[in-house]
Write a protein that binds this ligand. Structure first.
Ligand SMILES: NC(=O)C1=CN([C@@H]2O[C@H](COP(=O)(O)OP(=O)(O)OC[C@H]3O[C@@H](n4cnc5c(N)ncnc54)[C@H](OP(=O)(O)O)[C@@H]3O)[C@@H](O)[C@H]2O)C=CC1
Ligand SMILES: O=C(CO)COP(=O)(O)O
Ligand SMILES: [Zn+2]
Length: 348
């Protein structure tokens, strides 16, 4: 008997466009959720859009978080219980969205994602990433019930957040290569649909690189749609594999060891240059990845990330140890090889 089964969880309503923030109430009403939400946000997004959102939900209370931590998740859970909230609405960048995602999971309620920055695909995915000490916990949770991405607000967010979101999508190329490699060498479960969707998402973003420019609202639209698409690929796969390979291990390791880590998307972009070189060699596609990052204005070197060369080499040689996820890093890249890769590609 055929015994495989799949449970794919996806957002039901996805709104992307100019001014869609004002449709949040309608989009949520359409989900037929009973009761009142708790609004989870952080200071800047609250100031930018909190009142417009509150005006659409009767009796909504607000909790404002300053930093990502398990303590902040507990605070949200407590506030939701005290307010008798039956679902959460997360307004902001990845920080309040990830915290609300994890709190919603703990409370056993749904949440709605209202991103104000297109900084990475966590704003639509079913994964939450919370730092604790020098480690970062990547935890599975349910994806948002709805995503309301107002491009007017996102286009006015700091530009580097948008270029980070683009680089997170460009990194899908190497993530899928790692996933296929793991299927071939370790018999890891692979989804053709999720792999193809993830690659196509990166392809479409790169094809539209000319329209990704600071001050152009269309940029926020292109990137938001790509982030949604990448989130869907992860939901189909039931893991972050389609969007997270060795380049993500490299970035997670930088988050642990760098004195002042860069933005997630920027780090995975530079990681992709390195791991593409490991996959396809000196005449392979690493230049195409680098050029795509350059075209949208994302960093391509350690210096542009603001991280010293030694730390980049340490991250590349130790990244394979931080997670049980087989990638092109295999059982480790030695220091000489890491220096060779990083020098040849101009990363250091
Ligand atoms: N789930 C996942 O797969 C992933 C999750 N993450 C998590 O996401 C977080 C990082 O995401 P990121 O979006 O960069 O973080 P933040 O939510 O901290 O946002 C970055 C900064 O931009 C500000 N901001 C947000 N929107 C606007 C806007 N429209 N205009 C002006 N300023 C704005 C924020 O203000 P303020 O300081 O007031 O909040 C903050 O200072 C981390 O907590 C990380 O762990 C990262 C990668 C992947
Ligand atoms: O950042 C992600 C995908 O872009 C999530 O991946 P992780 O599972 O590595 O946290
Ligand atoms: Zn990512």
């Amino acid at each position: 008997m055929f015994a495989k089964s799949t449970w794919i969880k996806l957002p039901r309503n996805v709104l992307v466009g100019h001014g869609v923030l004002d449709d949040a109430g309608t989009a949520v009403a359409e989900l037929s959720l009973a009761g009142t939400p708790l609004l989870v946000t952080s200071p800047t997004p609250n100031e930018l859009a909190g009142d417009r959102l509150r005006a659409q939900f009767d009796g909504v209370e607000t909790v404002t978080v300053d930093s990502a931590s398990f303590g902040a998740v507990a605070e949200i859970v407590e506030a939701a219980e005290a307010a008798g909230a039956t679902f959460l609405v997360a307004l902001g960048g990845g920080k309040p969205i990830d915290l609300a995602k994890m709190a919603a999971d703990e409370l056993g309620v749904g949440f709605v994602s209202v991103p104000t920055a297109a900084s990475h695909d966590g704003i639509v995915s079913g994964r939450s990433s919370i730092p604790e000490g020098d480690t970062r916990h990547s935890v599975a949770a349910d994806p948002p019930l709805a995503v309301i991405a107002d491009t007017e607000i996102m286009a006015n967010a700091p530009w580097e957040l948008t270029t980070a979101g683009c680089a997170d999508i460009i990194s899908n190329y190497t993530a899928v290569k790692d996933w296929r490699l793991a299927r071939r060498l370790k018999n890891v479960e692979y989804s053709e649909y999720a792999g193809a969707l993830s690659e196509m998402t990166a392809e479409m973003l790169v094809d539209n690189a000319d329209s990704i420019k600071q001050g152009l609202e269309e940029s926020a639209w292109i990137v938001s749609k790509a982030l949604v698409s990448s989130g869907v690929a992860m939901s189909i796969a039931g893991s972050s594999r389609p969007a997270s390979g060795a380049e993500h291990l490299f970035s997670h390791q930088l988050d642990r060891i760098a004195e002042s880590p860069g933005l997630h998307g920027h780090q995975v972009g530079v990681g992709s240059i390195l791991t593409e070189f490991l996959h396809t060699g000196e005449n392979g596609q690493w230049r195409a990845i680098r050029d795509a990052l350059t075209a949208i204005g994302a960093p391509t070197t350690a210096a542009e990330l603001g991280i010293d060369d030694e730390t980049v080499i340490e991250a590349l040689t130790t990244a394979h140890t931080i997670r049980d996820r087989y990638t092109i890093l295999g059982d480790g890249v030695n220091e000489d090889a890491a220096i060779e890769v990083a020098s040849f590609t101009g990363v250091i």
